[in-house]
Design a protein around this ligand. Structure first.
Ligand SMILES: NC(=O)C1=CN([C@@H]2O[C@H](COP(=O)(O)OP(=O)(O)OC[C@H]3O[C@@H](n4cnc5c(N)ncnc54)[C@H](OP(=O)(O)O)[C@@H]3O)[C@@H](O)[C@H]2O)[C@@H](O)CC1
Ligand SMILES: [K+]
Length: 483
């Protein structure tokens, strides 16, 4: 599990730890880890060593620049040629600068000449103290660094991203790798910032001992998902594995029903009951489906419902919402959803909007959701008293219980942005709900498996929703077989 804490929590923990340690110890730990990571990266590039490599430090006015200066001093002591570009010359971290100069480093005469010749650039412009994207004076230098062909290593965070939300307002410096300290921050797990960070390495500075036990955000990894995937036992029959009811499809969109059923069957449901007007299309593709044409309430026993994919104006949402089993509501099911009725439910509810649907539910413009995804998913969960999965390049899943961390999933691929892929995801998560996973687990495990299936189906080329569904077993096997 990767866990992330808010900037406020990180700062409080750092204060507590600093009180127990001699001055400067934390920054030295950070700089040592940063220098070691940079040395690794230099060794992987021609000429394959630290000695003689050209390293440029981009140094802002805070401690993030201090980390860069001390790491630069360590690399200079190992024979690298280190030049510091001071973006706020009078305010650069003074002891760090002294250490760099004492180790044989220098201040760059011209930032553009220095970056053009660099093998490696260490971005120490801003870390958790940065606000509002790169400032205008930093932008040309950052662009020159990015365009230089040097490896760019971000200190703690790519400068210009919002540490606590993963937003990027204005310009940020895209890194090949990021070295962070003590704990991940939300920006390492949430797009678009996550994407700016490149490969993230976490350096232990002893913060774990003083961080609260519950993080703000977490991202499941293979081993976590493997533990949560339902596995049938000798005693399992179809009811124990979970019967999922699906209310989906319409005369106009029969395919959505077929794809939701495809996702559900690959998600391990013991049986799938389909309710709606697309029964013929469903049976033609999946003859094992139990088809029902009346209202959902009369369809027979299920352990969970999925309602909404391709539903158009077909009825059925109210029946599912009124049921006493877990319900997943997606797509057309979310239109005009009655918040009071959802809040009154006694069994778990999982809402799975994309940004546009989330915006409609919140009554705000889509761009506002896109730019504040963490806040939006939490707000929706609170308003509806439901678990909410907000789709996107990083999917976020929030429980209405605010003591639970929000889950972030980044296994997806842009190739998943294809018609019907969301219908497959609904069925898959519905199966997991029917198998007894909590809404938070069903949402985050479903998103993880679906994202991986998308990658396996695409392998760098376009794929279809059917292809994604067909790749779910391979993704499942990959996860279950361990790291
Ligand atoms: N605390 C610890 O124990 C440890 C902390 N560590 C390290 O400290 C970092 C946090 O340091 P920090 O708090 O000094 O803030 P930091 O990220 O350097 O930036 C703030 C400075 O930048 C400025 N500035 C703001 N926005 C800007 C912008 N858009 N563009 C340009 N400039 C901007 C702002 O100045 P001002 O607004 O006054 O002009 C302010 O001076 C953390 O990320 C980690 O790397 C590690 O050593 C481990 C131990
Ligand atoms: K940085």
């Amino acid at each position: 599990m990767r866990t992330a804490y808010s900037v406020e929590t990180v700062r409080a923990a750092e204060r507590e730890l600093m009180d127990r340690l001699p001055d400067g110890v934390l920054m030295q730990r950070a700089a040592a880890g940063l220098a070691a990571a940079c040395a690794d990266l230099l060794r992987r590039r021609a000429p394959g060593r630290v000695y003689g490599a050209r390293v440029v430090l981009l140094v802002g006015s805070g401690d993030n620049g201090g980390d860069a200066l001390y790491a630069g001093a360590r690399l200079a002591r190992r024979g690298a040629g280190v030049a510091a570009v001071l973006l706020a010359p009078g305010r650069a971290h003074a002891p760090g600068l002294t250490a760099l100069l004492a180790a044989g480093g220098r201040v760059a005469d011209d930032p553009f000449d220095a970056t053009a010749a660099a093998d490696l650039v260490i971005d120490g412009i801003t870390g958790i103290g940065g606000r509002g994207g790169l400032r205008p004076d930093a932008v040309p230098v950052a662009r020159a660094a990015r365009g230089s062909g040097a490896v760019v290593v971000a200190v703690d965070l790519p400068s210009g991203v919002e540490a606590g939300s993963g937003e990027v307002v204005g310009e940020a410096l895209r890194a090949d790798a990021t070295v962070t300290f003590g704990t991940y921050k939300p920006a390492h797990l949430i797009d678009p910032a996550r994407e700016y960070a490149g490969a993230v390495r976490l350096v232990d500075i002893g913060l774990g001992a003083v961080l609260p036990s519950v993080p703000e955000l977490e991202a499941l990894q293979h081993a976590d998902v493997a533990r949560l995937l339902p596995v049938p036992t000798g005693e399992s029959d179809k009811y124990r594995r979970g019967v999922l009811g699906i209310v989906a499809g319409s005369a106009r969109y029969p395919g959505a029903a077929v794809l939701a059923v495809a996702g559900a069957l690959r998600g391990g449901a013991g049986a799938v009951r389909y309710v709606g007007p697309a029964g013929d299309a469903v049976i033609a593709r999946f003859p094992e489906t139990l088809v029902h044409t009346g209202p959902p309430a009369k369809a027979g026993r299920v352990q969970a419902w999925v309602v909404g994919p391709g539903l158009g104006d077909e009825p059925g949402v109210r029946d599912a919402v009124a049921s006493d089993v877990p319900v997943l509501i997606d797509a057309d099911g979310l239109r005009g959803l009655d918040a009071a009725a959802v809040r009154a439910r006694t069994a778990p509810t999982l809402l799975t909007p994309h940004a546009g649907e989330a915006a409609a539910l919140l009554g705000i413009p889509r761009e506002e959701v896109e730019s504040a995804r963490l806040t939006s998913v939490r707000e929706l969960a609170a308003r509806y008293g439901a678990t909410v999965l907000l789709k996107g390049s990083t999917t976020l899943v929030a429980s209405p219980d605010t003591s639970e961390p929000v889950r972030a999933n980044a296994t997806g691929t842009p190739w998943l942005a294809t018609a019907g892929s969301g219908d497959v995801l609904s069925g898959l998560m519905g199966s997991l709900l029917a198998a007894g996973l909590t809404a938070l687990d069903a949402g985050s495990v479903g998103a993880y498996v679906h994202g991986l299936a998308g990658r396996l189906a695409a392998r760098g080329a376009p794929t279809s929703a059917e292809g994604v569904a067909a790749s779910v077993p391979a993704a499942w096997r990959d996860i279950a077989s361990g790291p």
